[in-house]
Design a binder for this molecule. Structure first.
Ligand code: C2E
Ligand code: MG
Ligand code: MG
Ligand code: MG
Length: 293
């Protein structure tokens, strides 16, 4: 009986796998041509400093509006692109677009720090540092205006290589942030050796803050804050969506916040306007002037 069930499942399973492979190939072709035609672009989400009470920087988030399928989710197409071996090309493109944007803002008299996501695998291979070096050299962007966001996955595989790469970035004058902190494989021991400038608390912890005071999430964030500050790092809370969450984060002494409440990923022009707004000015929060998603 088990055998019959197993066979039945295999019959259902194989066409599904075949379809997956076909989708992956189609995605690769589309992505290759999108890259060639410069159809990928960036949205910028503000990082809001809680002490300064103003926008202090932003994160660049990749966008791809597919001709047929509409806007694609980077959490899905970026890994697919990497599987297809596009990671270096994609990262070079993103770094190039970011440096061009930073230069454009500088020409308007604005110094806006931009955080860029780089995948853990590319980072550990050491290629990412070279790409960052090249992007800085060819654009003339001051390294302090660039921040690299990495996930806890950099700890997996080759932590020694990750440490060397981090060190090399810091020597360039580029800062680093540990993204989605608290969700992945995190060893506190690594944190001590892999000095990050910023820890970004994952939004799952922030979401739970709205359920009231004294819950486990606020306690966890408090602990992360103490840990980070002890290591000389700042803490950015991700995914802040409600005024209650923001209030709790302020009370806890969180350094900065990011989330739909403070601004969705938006155009470069909208980000510049938010950055220009005076401290405490609601105009610093142009939640409405947003790109899709
Ligand atoms: P991430 O780096 O953790 O980026 C934060 C994600 O959360 C973004 O999704 C952002 O739009 C979303 N977000 C921001 N505030 C809120 C909020 O208040 N509520 C909710 N529910 N979501 C919020 P997005 O843009 O879809 O990007 C997803 C992931 O794709 C990113 O997660 C990052 O890991 C990856 N990604 C995006 N751009 C790039 C890129 O240029 N290179 C690489 N390697 N990965 C990228
Ligand atoms: Mg990020
Ligand atoms: Mg994140
Ligand atoms: Mg996240």
């Amino acid at each position: 009986r088990a055998k019959a069930e197993g066979r039945g499942r295999a019959v259902l399973f194989e066409p599904a796998m075949e379809e997956l492979r076909r989708n992956q190939r189609m995605l690769e072709d589309d992505l290759r041509s999108a890259l060639e035609r410069n159809q990928l672009y960036l949205a910028y989400q503000p990082k809001y400093g809680l002490l300064a009470d103003r926008v202090v920087g932003c994160e660049a988030l990749l966008r791809w509006d597919h001709a047929v399928h509409g806007s694609m989710n980077p959490a899905r197409f970026v890994p697919a692109a990497e599987e297809a071996g596009f990671a270096p090309l994609l990262t070079r493109n993103v770094l190039g677009m970011v440096c061009t944007q930073i230069r454009a803002w500088m020409a308007e008299g604005l110094e806006i720090r931009v955080a860029v996501n780089i995948s853990a695998t590319l980072f550990a291979s050491g290629q990412a540092v070279q790409l960052v070096r090249e992007a800085l050299a060819s654009s003339g962007v001051p390294p302090r205006l660039l921040q690299i966001e990495l996930t806890e996955q950099v700890f997996i595989g080759n932590p020694a290589a990750a440490r060397d790469a981090l060190q090399a970035l810091h020597e360039l004058g580029v800062t680093t942030a540990l993204d989605d902190f608290g969700t992945g494989y995190s060893s506190l021991g690594y944190l001590q050796h892999l000095a990050f400038d910023v820890l970004k608390v994952d939004r799952t912890f922030v979401q739970d803050l709205s359920r009231g005071d004294g819950n486990n999430s606020s306690w966890i964030i408090e602990t992360i804050l103490r840990l980070a500050h002890g290591l000389g790092a700042e803490v950015v809370a991700e995914g802040v969506e409600t005024p209650e969450q923001l209030a709790v984060l302020r009370d806890l002494g969180c350094d900065a916040a990011q989330g739909f409440l403070l601004g969705r990923p938006m155009t470069a022009a909208a980000l510049a306007a938010a950055f220009r707004a005076a401290p405490g000015d609601p105009a610093a929060l142009p939640v409405m002037d947003a790109l899709p998603r």
